[in-house]
Design a protein around this ligand. Structure first.
Ligand code: 6MZ
Length: 348
């Protein structure tokens, strides 16, 4: 049964800015995919990390490979994206920025173009069904695939930014942080910036990436994913922090993901504390709600209980996230109004 606190966090209107599509697939949707593809011999334990379990980040990336085997046709993508959007809406998320890496699948004839079109179709269908959520899309570059694919991905994102009626707003740089070097991706990212794509970059998700983070911060990005090892207390540097602060770059922080992926030792040592105490723009996000068996309400509740945040402080966090989104100004205004309208009900 839901406690009074559970209800508060679910009813709290929320903004999700860091959600990878294939990492967000729920247990229920995985079930439907498994039934479609019994020949793959995949089990639930291979697609999610349960409560209390932890894996190395490397093992987390193996999980994505398994999910990719299950999601390989337009039909799969449409179902997965639609389910994910509706689940976020049911969790009280009013604005969602979904991100995903366009994939080509020889087996099913899927192309990268069709991949993006299919995600956009699911966003449009949810809108037509009046699901209570606004969704925008970020095209992901998987750093593993190198500079040439990164440049192609930027061009793809650029085309869709111009033709998707505002649904594609930007670019994400993600993928296994141990593979490749950000230096090689600078030309592609610079091009993205020049053509007006908003940019969220995974930065310092693992230790010892000071040089790469410094280079990427010079772009500068519009938001940072994780930034776990940027600050000096964990081997980062004052000059990196300085760049983030001077450029006022919001951080997307994902507590459970970092704990389960073992890049932070425990919740109380999560870098949320450092940045929050600094008064720096920080947004609570899920990263991969399916893989890490969580949702955004739980993440807010976890941040509040770990760091002693009052309900008013939690409200402020969720409200400020609107400012850090890549939504157009008119939509930000509508969202702010929604928060005003919902406040009496949430604090009843
Ligand atoms: C870096 C991550 C990630 O794109 O197929 N991804 N990249 N760090 C993380 N922290 C755990 N979690 C997910 O969704 C899955 C892909 O998102 C990226 C990886 O590239 C992964 O393959 P899509 O929808």
């Amino acid at each position: 049964m839901e406690s009074e606190a559970d209800i508060f966090y679910r009813e709290l209107p929320k903004v999700e800015l860091h959600a990878h599509l294939n990492g967000s697939v729920s247990f229920q949707t995985i079930d439907k995919l498994l039934r479609r593809k019994p020949h793959l011999n995949i089990e639930h334990s291979m697609t999610a990390i349960d409560r209390g379990q932890r894996r190395t980040l490397d093992e987390c990336f193996q999980v994505f490979k398994v999910i990719h085997q299950l999601v390989e046709s337009e039909e799969d993508i449409l179902m997965v994206a639609t389910d994910v959007i509706k689940e976020f809406a049911a969790d009280g998320v009013k604005y969602l920025e979904l991100r995903s890496t366009p994939r080509e699948e020889k087996n099913t004839g899927l192309t990268k173009n069709r991949y993006v079109e299919t995600v956009l179709k699911s966003i449009q269908q949810c809108k037509e069904e009046e699901v209570d959520i606004d969704v925008r899309f970020l095209v992901s570059i998987d750093r593993r695939n190198g500079p040439q694919v990164a440049m192609e991905t930027v061009k793809l994102a650029e085309d869709f930014m111009l033709s998707s009626d505002g649904l594609v707003v930007g670019l994400d740089l993600s993928g296994d942080p141990m593979v490749g070097h950000g230096r090689d991706l600078i030309p592609a990212l610079q091009r993205a910036k020049n053509c007006g794509l908003k940019m969220s970059l995974h930065l310092s998700e693992v230790p010892s990436q000071l040089e790469e983070s410094d280079l990427l911060l010079n772009l500068p990005p519009d938001r940072i994913g994780h930034g776990t090892f940027l600050h000096p207390e964990v081997g980062g540097s004052a000059s990196l922090v300085d760049k983030v602060v001077k450029n006022n770059i919001p951080l997307e922080l994902c507590l459970t993901s970092n704990l389960k992926g073992q890049t932070v030792p425990c919740y109380s040592k999560h870098h949320f504390k450092y940045w929050y105490q600094l008064g720096h723009p920080s947004v609570i996000c899920t990263d991969d709600k399916g893989v890490f068996s969580t949702d955004l309400s739980q993440e807010y509740q976890l941040a509040a209980s770990t760091f002693g945040l009052s309900r008013e402080a939690v409200w402020k966090l969720s409200q400020q996230a609107i400012d850090y989104s890549f939504a157009p100004d008119a939509m930000k205004q509508q969202l702010r109004q929604k928060w005003v309208d919902l406040q009496p009900q949430v604090f009843k």
